[in-house]
Write a protein that binds this ligand. Structure first.
Ligand SMILES: CC(C)(COP(=O)(O)OP(=O)(O)OC[C@H]1O[C@@H](n2cnc3c(N)ncnc32)[C@H](O)[C@@H]1OP(=O)(O)O)[C@@H](O)C(=O)NCCC(=O)NCCS
Length: 189
């Protein structure tokens, strides 16, 4: 994608969040079945392009969720590219909470601060625009990168679901994280 893109829906320092479309997903789809990311994202069955495209479409239109594409920012040295997506789903509008999901399926994008910032932008959106009171996230105990994304954004560890997911032949624990509206801090500009 080029520098001619309009500014994103939500703007961070390293990334922007843009509406996710089926066309954008086409380029990301091959990475969705990469063993390194799919085991952490809990995609046990093969991810088909048409199924996920349908889910992305639903997230855009249904009031129970919002999906955004994560894009790197354009600079002189590199174009803006889509590296994954972040979502708030299962929104409970009466009790005002939702579940955060994130996936950067290409492991070469990991460890550069994109995940942490995408979580921060999505929380900011959830609290200051959707007016949620709580954002939750279920994270595997073995998923250190995801846990750090939550901890660095001030999420609280609410508890552990023991032996909750069967991964690579053994059961793994799942940590439930949450953050309340008043606990949230936007990243320093
Ligand atoms: C989890 C995920 C979103 C993290 O994104 P990311 O861009 O790599 O995260 P960040 O670069 O912001 O890293 C946050 C912290 O975690 C650390 N980290 C990232 N990946 C790590 C890994 N595999 N092992 C150990 N630490 C890791 C980073 O070094 C950083 O710590 P630091 O600030 O102390 O240096 C990304 O790895 C991913 O999408 N994985 C596959 C799908 C998945 O697991 N989704 C989440 C399901 S709950």
């Amino acid at each position: 994608m080029s520098q001619n893109l309009p500014e994103g829906f939500l703007i961070g320092k390293k990334i922007e969040l843009r509406p996710m479309t089926k066309e954008i997903f086409k380029n990301l789809h091959p990475w969705m079945n990469d063993h390194r990311s799919r085991r952490l994202a809990r995609h046990v069955l093969p991810v088909l392009e048409e199924t996920t495209a349908h889910w992305i479409q639903e997230g855009k239109s249904a009031p129970s969720g919002v999906v955004m594409g994560i894009w790197t920012k354009f600079s002189q040295d590199s174009p803006s590219i889509n590296i994954g997506f972040v979502s708030i789903f299962e929104i409970d509008w009466i009790n005002r909470h939702g579940e955060l999901g994130i996936n950067l399926p290409n492991p070469t994008c990991w460890g550069q601060g994109y995940g942490q910032e995408a979580v921060n932008l999505m929380c900011q959106f959830s609290f200051s625009e959707l007016n949620l009171e709580k954002v939750m996230a279920h994270v595997l105990e073995i998923n250190i990168g995801s846990q750090k994304c939550m901890e660095k954004n001030n999420f609280h560890k609410d508890g552990t679901l023991r032996n909750h997911q069967f991964i690579d032949g053994k059961y793994e624990n799942m940590t439930i994280f949450s953050i309340l509206q008043h606990e949230f801090k936007p990243l320093e500009p």
